[in-house]
Design a protein around this ligand. Structure first.
Ligand SMILES: *[C@@H]1O[C@H](CO)[C@@H](O)[C@H](O)[C@H]1NC(C)=O
Ligand SMILES: *[C@@H]1O[C@H](CO)[C@@H](O)[C@H](O)[C@H]1NC(C)=O
Length: 356
């Protein structure tokens, strides 16, 4: 009875009530600190699980190719390549493990458009020179010596080799069905130049064989309809705009192979093609002493189904991958950075190498 009133706040106002407030305040502060600690830990944990995982690498695109706005690819979802942050935000320069420089834009902006400190070039960062045009169409190669650490191109001896396409062996290939062929030879050309070997060859070949020409100088072709259109033809003229080591473009991979037309190629030598595709998957203009004899052979194949079909024998084993610009390239660089060691490298003679 006595204690009750003594310890009741009403009975003893003043001291006990002040203490209760202080304890309450202290408790609240401790609670808040604990909550903050748990929260930060949780965020960190989540961050390393999804947002910025341990070992994630930033790949910075210095210029968006051809100045087109771009949305970074999800390398994991599209190519099963994890741990990549692709960005065109130059604010990430300091953290970037690789910086990509597209040659066309580099030629446009000049070397003074390259990053210049501060901040200084991070020691582990790799500058990657990226080019998918041939040397004939790559102005300004001189003056780029000693700047880059890696090359990325269609050349097999690039640091990051990204061809325009490739064949692969799927675990269980889909049975190949040859599309119905009602036409003979197709050619799609947008950049018509009388000086090009391909135009000169075409002029001779068409004297002996009908050729359907599509593009700027020929029949109109709807955007995205190349494969469908060409699939009605038995042969496709996969003529490159210039002849250089490993320079084998979508003219072969997409316009001919993806359309299931037999490629008649004009580009590097046959042996160079055979590094990438089976010898019996294509016809090389060099296989014949003259355009007239090539025409004779194509007309023979047109009338001789078993011989024509032999050009598709490889399809029982391989399927065609056509490389997609540019996401696949960026993701490949990321993968290369992630799997590379720490060895330093500088590309000294860029022009000499690329033109060889
Ligand atoms: C993705 O990559 C991982 C590791 O490289 C591999 O084990 C897995 O089989 C791949 N998944 C697919 C669907 O290719
Ligand atoms: C990249 O090249 C520069 C210029 O030669 C060089 O200083 C740097 O050490 C190289 N970095 C790497 C990671 O190879």
């Amino acid at each position: 009875m006595e204690l009750g009133p003594r310890w009741s706040p009403a009975a003893r106002p003043g001291c006990p009530r002040r203490w209760r407030r202080r304890w309450a305040l202290l408790g609240a502060l401790l609670g808040a600190a604990l909550a903050l600690y748990v929260c930060v830990r949780e965020l960190r944990r989540r961050g390393s699980a999804a947002g910025r995982p341990e070992g994630e690498v930033t790949v910075l695109l210095w210029w968006e190719p051809f100045g087109r706005p771009w949305r970074p690819a999800d390398c994991r979802r599209r190519y099963n390549i994890t741990g990549c942050l692709l960005s065109a935000d130059r604010g990430r320069y300091g953290e970037a493990r690789a910086v990509l420089f597209h040659h066309r834009d580099l030629a446009l902006h000049g070397a003074q458009g390259l990053p210049r400190g501060p901040p200084p070039r991070p020691p582990r960062q790799r500058w990657v020179w990226m080019n998918f045009e041939s040397p004939s169409h790559s102005p300004g190669l001189r003056g780029l010596a000693g700047l880059f650490n890696w090359t990325m191109s269609y050349r097999r001896d690039s640091d990051v080799f990204v061809p325009y396409g490739y064949l692969y062996e799927p675990p269980s290939p889909r049975p190949f069905v040859l599309p119905r062929k009602s036409r003979l030879v197709a050619w799609v050309i947008s950049n018509w130049n009388e000086e090009h070997a391909r135009v000169r060859y075409y002029r001779q070949l068409k004297e002996h064989l009908p050729i359907d020409v599509y593009g700027a100088r020929g029949m109109a072709l709807l955007e995205g309809s190349v494969v469908k259109t060409v699939s009605a033809y038995k042969f496709y003229l996969a003529f490159e705009n210039s002849q250089h080591t490993d320079y084998i473009t979508e003219k072969l991979w997409k316009n001919a192979f993806a359309a299931s037309a037999v490629p008649v190629v004009l580009g590097p030598r046959r042996a160079n093609y055979e590094r990438f595709i089976p010898a019996d998957s294509f016809i090389h203009v060099d296989d014949f002493p003259s355009p007239r004899l090539l025409a004779t052979y194509l007309k023979f194949l047109d009338k001789n189904k078993p011989s024509y079909r032999r050009y598709f024998a490889w399809r029982n084993k391989y399927e065609v991958h056509v490389t997609s610009f540019w996401d696949e390239h960026y993701c490949k660089v990321c993968e290369a950075v992630r799997t590379a060691g720490n060895q330093l490298k500088t590309v000294q003679n860029l022009a000499g190498w690329f033109e060889s």
